[in-house]
Ligand binder design. Structure first.
Ligand code: SF4
Ligand code: SF4
Length: 367
């Protein structure tokens, strides 16, 4: 009860800084606000939806169970469309996004495995006027045939290359198949384990020749530890200091001002939806209304943040993401010169330190 009252006073009181945007914040976040909360237009909401944990891979570093029917508690299971039928999800999307624009991130597990429900969902979402962009996080190993009728215009794929699960040639062939089918590949995440990093630079060139941006994705599992040379390699292939700071865990975002909780939600496979990174401000997607987002930037409550389309909303990130964040990022990655002037950390601003071992997955799936 005491916690509830404290949260109520902190988050819902109309005089709270969580409900008003100061003049300083309006100035500091001016460019982002003009895109995501333009004064004379509908705002844009970024919804990250982990709609399934079901996956056709079984990566050794994956923190999730991969079975479609793995229990999630309260008679729910790991796959959104086993919990509620597609039309119920679509109805809720239509209700919540009738008056506000949305950019969606669909992640898993492997969202495209469900050949029956996913085409139905995408057909409905791509034809909604207010849905601007749908990014799908995928391992790319699925049959595009059931998706032939879907308009690709609003879709962009963020593929992940897992060398433990698929050979390079087979993965490249699969990307070719998807591109031939009209899917846009925003980028390819590369699982940057010690075993995989030996091949990273060669593969980075190979993918770039095909016009595909390869992005190193460090894993901080119990054995996740990178020495100074490995961190330097990582830093050369990350476009900005902000990426290095948070992906190499050189800094914590905690307490820094971030706009994500004023524009973004996170939702799971049962429709539990929370404001930004604030689990105490949650509701059900199937309710009449969504929990209210904050008015402007607020202090980050988390120790870590490893997702580019989240930490880029921090004050001073040096990046202004548009409503298709992955398209912006792809341009940045393709323009990257790994031999450019050394980033800050190599000039000594972020001394190499031995990172502590962390449980992987606390900040989201590795896809
Ligand atoms: S890491 Fe991704 S692709 Fe690998 S098993 Fe987990 S969800 Fe599937
Ligand atoms: S930095 Fe990341 S964890 Fe922190 S508030 Fe922003 S999006 Fe959330």
């Amino acid at each position: 009860m005491l916690q509830y009252l404290q949260n109520f006073w902190k988050f819902r009181n109309p005089l709270s800084p969580y409900r008003r945007t100061s003049r300083r914040d309006r100035a500091e976040f001016r460019e982002l606000l003009s895109i995501w909360k333009p004064p004379a237009e509908q705002r844009v909401v970024l919804l990250r939806w982990q709609l399934t944990r079901w996956c056709n891979y079984s990566c050794p570093y994956c923190p999730q169970k991969h079975e479609r029917h793995a229990p999630l508690g309260e008679n729910h299971t790991a796959h959104a469309f086993d919990n509620y039928p597609v039309d119920q999800w679509v109805e809720a999307f239509r209700r919540h996004f009738a008056e506000q624009r949305a950019t969606l991130v669909l992640t898993g597990g492997e969202p495209m495995l469900d050949r029956r429900s996913m085409p139905e969902l995408l057909q409905a979402l791509t034809t909604m006027k207010t849905v601007e962009c749908i990014r799908i996080d995928t391992n790319a190993r699925w049959d595009p045939q059931p998706y032939r009728e879907i308009d690709r215009g609003k879709l962009i794929l963020m593929c992940t290359f897992h060398p433990s699960e698929i050979e390079e040639a087979a993965f490249l062939r699969q990307l070719d198949v998807l591109m031939a089918e009209g899917f846009e590949i925003g980028q390819v995440n590369y699982v940057f384990t010690r075993e995989n990093m030996r091949e990273f630079e060669r593969r980075w060139e190979l993918f770039r020749e095909k016009g595909i941006a390869l992005y190193p994705n460090p894993l901080w599992g119990p054995s996740g530890y990178y020495d100074a040379d490995e961190l330097a390699l990582l830093g050369r292939y990350l476009p900005k200091d902000v990426d290095y700071k948070y992906r190499a865990r050189k800094e914590s975002p905690q307490g820094q001002r971030c706009l994500f909780p004023a524009i973004g939600y996170q939702m799971d496979a049962v429709g539990r939806i929370q404001v930004g990174c604030h689990p105490s401000l949650a509701g059900s997607f199937f309710n009449a209304d969504l929990p209210e987002l904050f008015d402007g930037p607020v202090p980050c409550p988390m120790i870590r943040c490893g997702c580019i389309d989240m930490y880029s909303f921090l004050e001073g990130s040096g990046r202004v993401l548009g409503v298709n964040p992955l398209a912006d990022h792809r341009r940045e990655l393709l323009a990257l010169d790994p031999n450019r002037e050394l980033p800050l950390f190599e000039r000594g601003a972020y001394p190499a330190e031995e990172p502590a071992a962390h449980a992987n997955g606390a900040e989201g799936s590795v896809d």
